[in-house]
Design a protein around this ligand. Sequence first.
Ligand SMILES: N[C@@H](CCC(=O)N[C@@H](CS)C(=O)NCC(=O)O)C(=O)O
Length: 229
Amino acid sequence: MTGCAFHGKMARMLRLVIANLNYSSWSMRPWLALKHARAEFRCHDVGLKTEAGWKERILQFSGAGNVPILIDGALCVHESLAICEYVAELFPEAKLWPEARELRARGRAISCEMHAAFASLRSELTSNLRGRTVLRSLRPETRADIARVFEIWKASLDASGGPFLLGDFSIADCMFFPVAGRFRTYGVELDDTARRYSEALFRLEIVKQLEAEGANTPSIPEYDAFLSH
Ligand SMILES: N[C@@H](CCC(=O)N[C@@H](CS)C(=O)NCC(=O)O)C(=O)O
């Protein structure tokens, strides 16, 4: 975390520095957490791969060189999961983590797993919320990642009783929403549990708002190319 370029210029208002909401799964996660918490915040899209100077704009706020970054006064928080945690602390009434300790532990474990793993799924099924295709074949590693996601979803829904992973909507759903989006984009066949959970996500008003935000953002051809692999 670093000092912030916005600090001191304006009245305190949360700011989320993001990339294109159609493609940036990492940006979607804290965006959903903030919306669920009914937080007032402004988004600053750096223009990833579409506008000159996008990398320098990110580096103004975080030496890690990645978005999302949440700015709260002098504080810049980078890393999507850390931002979700910060939002949970700022808005405890939003109950972004469940009260039951066991479910909270599960939620943190699966959110960390989402953050750290699934490399094959992420690289073969690039996030593209508005894109639609049906991929004919997938790498075995991607199929294994998909099976693990289904396993996590089923175990969590069984433990909590649903309709979301930990019962009510939580950070765990923010972390896994982009995966449900990837499954829809690339026509991945869902089992019954995964289909019901995905439908619950896509029915959410904040998800509809996110889809509307992502609908008209600039196209990034190198990501759209994955639709025709
Ligand atoms: N671990 C980071 C990953 C963030 C990330 O990879 N963000 C991408 C956009 S989705 C990015 O900023 N890429 C910049 C680049 O490619 O140089 C997080 O969870 O926030």
